[in-house]
Design a protein around this ligand. Structure first.
Ligand code: UN1
Length: 500
């Protein structure tokens, strides 16, 4: 039942295990950002499509929740096995729709495979807690129960990994899913939906509705039968969702980016730090929530670091990510490119010194694609907007500091709190930094990217609202705690009153 996509094919939604046309008959082109070729057309669905998906999800969830969790887990295990078999083909498609280089695409698909096996394991855990009761002959425990129908809204920058971070824990915990993937990257949802089907996931447990945030996202957020929204994306959209969910007392989990810094102390291995900065600032063209966009460097090693950084940047190859020798691919679309460009202009106006890159690449092979040259600003002041706001592109600001304490303060001075890193050889600084860096993820002697799926992913302050994707903490988003009391005394025992 393999379905090979045709060029410019109109994609269907996946509802109740069927591939169905959206009710709208409106489509938008999905473009390969490396070549500007149209790959497929994605439907712009309406509220009616969401309503249909929620309706079938609600029915499917009631049955799915009755399937023992180890059996639900077995389906996820099969999903992982199929993803593993198809890793290369999926990675190629991912590079085509998202632009990230093939090596990173393979890494992202691997993240999804890891998540499948990890969450399959949770099917035999899903631990609750047993506790003593205050009363004699009474049993007390708490168990996790599914929330029901969950809505997941996923971004274009990790279109398959983030979808697995959210859908797999939801599924293993006994929920049904209505999923709105980003319109820029619908193929990963198409591939994953086919895999769910082949792995034997019952119809209606996962439903894909393609479309815009303004119509599909809004309908999901307002649907009374969607009990949780899990969102990864921009700050602006996340705050809007939070407000809407707040009004309805709907549970919501948000992950909305970062302004992540690498701190380089005077006792650091500078060559290693440079490697870490290049990988986390320019890898994925800086389009990761965890991307390094600030380097907070001790003034005594600033010149050395800057020199080595510029030298190493000479070796960065930019182009179509399907070419194995390319290290940095294109930017997702024209508006993202323009945003990056406007921040570079702003940085210059603010008085930061541009020492590398700084412009859209338009000549030769770059003419047909959205490319931005890896960019470095130096002598950046911590309060400049380029050092405070998320740019989501290959732009890094070097901020000189005089001490470890100042480095921590500058790191923590932004509204976000996702990831941070410190390069140092001093064990005292390592432990003080892990305590004082106000971010959900801290790296020592590594860049700011590269989170592993069995650890919690998320951040403090403006990065989110306290929930975490990935790791066992993800189950908290997709389960309700239920407290259970069983009195086997044979008489009415009143808590707090009938205590001896
Ligand atoms: C993201 O950019 O939203 O830690 C996810 C990392 C990747 C995931 C990034 N494993 O960089």
């Amino acid at each position: 039942m393999a379905h090979t996509l045709l060029k410019e094919e109109k994609l269907c939604n996946f509802i109740n295990g069927e591939w169905v046309h959206a009710t709208s008959n409106q489509y938008t082109n999905v473009t390969n950002p490396a070549t500007l070729e149209t790959l497929v057309k994605v439907p712009l669905s309406h509220k009616e499509d969401v309503d249909k998906a929620v309706q079938v999800a609600k029915t499917a969830q009631q049955q799915w929740a009755l399937v023992p969790a180890p059996q639900r887990a077995e389906v996820l295990y099969k999903v992982g096995m199929i993803m593993k078999e198809r890793k290369e083909a999926i990675s190629q498609l991912l590079t085509m729709e998202n632009g990230k280089v093939i090596e990173e695409a393979r890494g992202e698909v691997q993240e999804g495979i890891d998540m499948a096996f990890y969450m399959a394991g949770e099917g035999r855990r899903l631990f609750g807690q047993t506790t003593p009761s205050e009363l004699k002959d009474k049993f007390a425990m708490s168990v996790r129960s599914p929330v029901g129908v969950v809505g997941i809204i996923t971004p274009w920058n990790f279109p398959i990994a983030i979808a697995t971070w959210k859908s797999f824990p939801a599924i293993v915990a006994g929920n049904a899913v209505v999923w709105k993937p980003a319109t820029e990257t619908p193929l990963m949802a198409f591939e994953l939906a086919k895999i769910f089907e082949e792995a034997g996931l019952p119809k209606g447990v996962v439903n894909v509705v393609y479309g815009s945030g303004a119509s599909v996202g809004e309908a999901m957020v307002h649907h009374k039968d969607i009990r949780v929204i899990s969102f990864t994306g921009s700050n602006e959209v996340g705050r809007h969702i939070a407000e809407r969910c707040g009004q309805q007392l709907k549970k919501v989990s948000l992950e909305m980016g970062g302004k992540n810094a690498v701190i380089v102390m005077d006792d650091a291995d500078i060559s290693l730090a440079v490697e870490g900065i290049i990988w986390s600032a320019f890898g994925t063209s800086g389009q990761r929530c965890t991307a390094c966009s600030r380097v907070i460097v001790h003034e005594d090693v600033k010149e050395k670091l800057q020199k080595q950084l510029l030298e190493q940047m000479e070796h960065i190859t930019i182009g179509n990510g399907l070419d194995e020798s390319v290290k940095v691919g294109p930017i997702i679309n024209q508006s993202a490119l323009e945003k990056i460009e406007s921040y570079v202009q702003l940085g210059q106006k603010e008085g930061a010194k541009l020492i590398a890159g700084g412009s859209v690449m338009k000549n030769g092979q770059y003419e047909k694609g959205h490319y931005f040259a890896p960019t470095v600003f130096t002598d950046v002041k911590p309060n400049m907007r380029i050092a405070q706001e998320e740019i989501f592109g290959p732009v890094v600001s070097l901020i000189p500091v005089k001490s470890f304490e100042e480095a921590i303060e500058v790191n923590n001075s932004v509204e976000f709190g996702l990831s941070s890193s410190i390069f140092t050889s001093d064990v005292h600084k390592v432990f003080a930094a892990q305590r004082d860096l106000d971010t959900g993820i801290v790296y020592v002697n590594a860049g700011t990217t590269g989170a592993e799926i069995h650890l919690p992913f998320g951040g403090t302050k403006g990065t989110g609202n306290g929930h975490r994707d990935s790791g066992v903490a993800a189950l908290d988003v997709f389960t309700e705690w239920k407290a259970l009391y069983v009195d086997y005394s044979g008489k009415l025992q009143r808590a707090q009153i009938d205590v001896e």
